[in-house]
Write a protein that binds this ligand. Structure first.
Ligand code: ADP
Ligand code: MG
Length: 687
């Protein structure tokens, strides 16, 4: 069989096709097209609609195909060197339309008065003219309704590429093998691979395009999900986790002693986590909880469970402020309990650091809290059992892995306060189990969100002043200018100066930005938490996690510069106490998307709803920020629009990976081969 495969025409170089010489071959290689199979698998990214249109329904600048009758004799004018323009008028429906053709003066003799014509070109709605790229001397030609358009490079033209792909398809038509199992094709009534390829490259109708896409998008998503699910299975089962026999009594006592009752969501998530801890499988879990849903106490209980089982634990935060805040929260939660807790950040230096590292290695420290300083090489644990990272999407995929590889396969819990749309969660984090906390602790007041224009700033500041006079506090977040940290800083300084001037000496206004040292930040945060500072002007460094329940006002300057999820995070800094809170977005958005974003913010407090909308408005690439998105690029599939297919593919993949047939039956051989080719089944990853 292997021999037969290597002799397949599919593996032949493109040069075996008629019309492809050495130069063309090089150009195609340049586009990563080497073999006949590569040509066949080179998908169009869009189609040109060549269906004849009523000109009244065409948009300005749209490419249209229309039919009509020639009304004036064509006139040719020459300009420049060898350039010409041919023009005439044509009646289409009720409309007299000017037709222009460039550099095709030789057509002049062919065009006659009262002749039927089909013209394809760009429609200028204002001038009632069409700049034609092709012209056919009759009124029919309806056979090709859609022309595929491919990305091309160098001297390769779309037209030639179409021809070669057609040749390739014809030459290989008896060698095209099915990749999908019969059962799935049947289940979803998907076209077989050969038919679908024909439909994809040379559709005869819109339906063809649709069916071809449906099949290949499903195939693409299924393969991707198979990869993720196989990886997930490996992490859970084959990497030898630890069985943590935690002390239920200690946990129960702790929960009973809390000043509040756990929400149902918190209970459910804890159940998931405790099962994972106890099982010999390795935990690799993503905990998604909206801002304020109470993730910290869930972390505390999980940590306590692991410590009670005799293990060390680590909690990692993206910033020093947050790490320090976790230290405070956990010290508060653990109270008198005998738990050895230390903070390790990059500002812990030399001797203090050495001391902590020694006590970590000896196993004396139960819980270490820190920033990425925790994942440096010289940080060694004696028996690390549980690693929790907070606000996880700010860490890169690599860091995620490094942390997972510390110690003897510790259980890993990732927590994020950015509700990740399901779509993204099952792609970017498809290798993980996901728990969701979509319930707020009882008794919280809805935050009131208002959107105001720049010129209402005075009113806003007066309102803020009233809040402060009644004992509350406020955050003021400054314009975010992504390209320039220096300008962020300058902005914060300016706004701070303005507010100091506005409030005179009645109110203390603090300033927080990324250029302050950890100590300075810490001091300011402490002063704010103690209400020594009433207004905190800040860049987005307070975006995640900070907890000052007395703060009830969140003012965001130039709010249109922030993404929805980011605004939601900022808003989550207020509404944490018993008082009514407000989020005031100051913005003069310049486009409709901006207007829509701000409107949505005023309409919902639900982070999951917002994140879905954010994804739709910004697209998957921008959602996490480009660098660490970890989101694959699909050839055809679109995670937002083809979400239903993605979801179905995920379920199918999970079922397949956990069934024994998938790993043995011949029906799945082709899929298994594709997985192997993608590298996921290599080496020791899976038996
Ligand atoms: P986040 O999920 O944003 O990290 P926190 O863990 O900071 O939220 O919790 C926000 C606040 O809600 C904290 O003051 C915390 O003590 C409190 N809290 C957590 N769980 C509950 C609960 N079940 N009932 C009441 N308050 C709670
Ligand atoms: Mg938190």
């Amino acid at each position: 069989m292997i021999v037969a495969e290597s002799e397949s025409i599919l593996d032949e170089p493109v040069s075996i096709l008629k019309g492809i010489g050495k130069d063309t071959q090089d150009e195609l290689n340049n586009m990563d097209i080497y073999t006949v199979e590569d040509l066949i698998n080179y998908y169009p990214f869009r189609y040109e609609d060549c269906r004849v249109k009523e000109i009244v329904s065409a948009n300005h600048d749209e490419r249209v195909t229309i039919t009509g009758i020639v009304q004036t004799m064509p006139v040719v004018s020459y300009y420049g060197r060898k350039k010409s323009r041919l023009a005439f008028k044509m009646l289409t429906g009720q409309h007299l339309v000017s037709v222009h053709l460039f550099n095709q003066h030789y057509l002049k003799s062919k065009i006659e008065l009262n002749q039927d014509l089909t013209v394809t070109g760009k429609w200028d709605k204002n001038r009632l003219s069409i700049t034609a790229s092709s012209l056919k001397l009759n009124a029919t030609s309806n056979e090709k309704q859609f022309e595929p358009v491919y990305h091309v490079k160098g001297d390769i033209s779309v037209k030639n590429l179409r021809r070669w792909i057609q040749l390739a398809l014809e030459a290989a038509k008896d060698s095209i093998n099915e990749t999908m199992p019969e059962s799935l094709l049947k289940k979803y009534r998907l076209a077989d691979r050969k038919t679908a390829l024909q439909q994809l490259h040379f559709p005869l109708s819109e339906e063809d395009v649709k069916q071809a896409r449906r099949r290949f998008v499903y195939e693409e998503f299924l393969l991707f999900q198979l990869k993720m699910q196989a990886l997930r299975k490996t992490i859970r089962e084959n990497s030898g986790g630890i069985q943590q026999k935690y002390d239920e009594e200690i946990l129960k006592k702790f929960v009973d002693g809390l000043p509040f009752k756990l929400t149902n969501a918190q209970r459910n998530v804890l159940k998931d986590i405790l099962i994972d801890l106890k099982s010999p499988n390795r935990m690799n879990r993503l905990l998604q909880g909206d801002v304020g849903s109470g993730k910290t106490v869930v972390a505390a209980i999980s940590i306590l469970a692991s410590i009670s089982a005799g293990y060390q634990t680590a909690l990692m935060a993206p910033t020093e402020i947050l790490a320090e805040q976790h230290v405070q929260s956990l010290l508060q939660f653990f109270g008198e309990m005998d738990i050895k807790l230390e903070l390790l950040t990059s500002s812990v230096k030399t001797k203090a650091r050495r001391d902590i590292l020694e006590r970590l290695a000896s196993g004396e420290i139960d819980l270490i809290i820190g920033t990425h300083a925790l994942i440096q090489n010289d940080v060694v644990f004696r028996n690390l059992g549980l690693v929790i990272t907070d606000e996880q999407h700010r860490f890169g995929v690599e860091q995620r892995k490094t942390l997972r590889e510390k110690g003897e396969n510790p259980d890993v819990l990732f927590m994020t306060a950015t509700p990740i749309p399901r779509t993204l969660a099952i792609t970017a984090f498809g290798e993980m189990d996901v728990s969701v906390m979509n319930e707020m602790p009882a008794g919280r007041k809805e935050i009131i969100t208002k959107w105001v224009k720049q010129d209402q700033l005075d009113e806003v500041l007066k309102f803020t002043q009233k809040q402060i006079e009644s004992g509350r506090q406020a955050y003021v977040i400054c314009p975010l200018i992504e390209e320039s940290e220096k300008m962020d800083y300058q902005n914060a300084v300016d706004v701070h100066a303005q507010l100091v001037h506005f409030f005179q000496s009645k109110i203390r206004v603090g300033l927080m930005h990324g250029r302050l040292s950890a100590n300075e930040k810490d001091e300011i945060m402490r002063d704010f938490a103690a209400n020594k500072i009433q207004i905190l002007v800040s860049t987005t460094v307070v975006e995640v996690g900070v907890n000052v329940p007395n703060a009830t006002c969140m003012l965001v300057y130039d709010a249109e510069r922030f993404g929805l999820s980011q605004l939601h995070q900022l808003r989550g800094r207020v509404g944490r106490g018993e008082h009514q809170s407000y989020c005031i977005l100051i913005a003069d958005p310049k486009n409709e998307i901006g207007v829509e974003r701000l409107t949505i913010m005023t309409e919902t407090n639900d982070g999951f709803v917002l994140s879905e909308r954010d994804l739709q408005l910004r697209g998957p690439g921008d959602f996490f920020g480009k660098k660490q998105s970890g989101i694959p690029e699909f050839k055809l599939g679109d995670m937002v629009h083809d979400f239903t297919i993605l979801e179905v593919a995920r379920q199918d993949a999970a079922e397949l990976v956990n069934s024994s047939e998938f790993w043995s039956a011949s029906e799945y051989q082709a899929l298994r081969n594709l997985l192997t080719r993608s590298g996921i089944l290599e080496g020791d990853k899976l038996d």
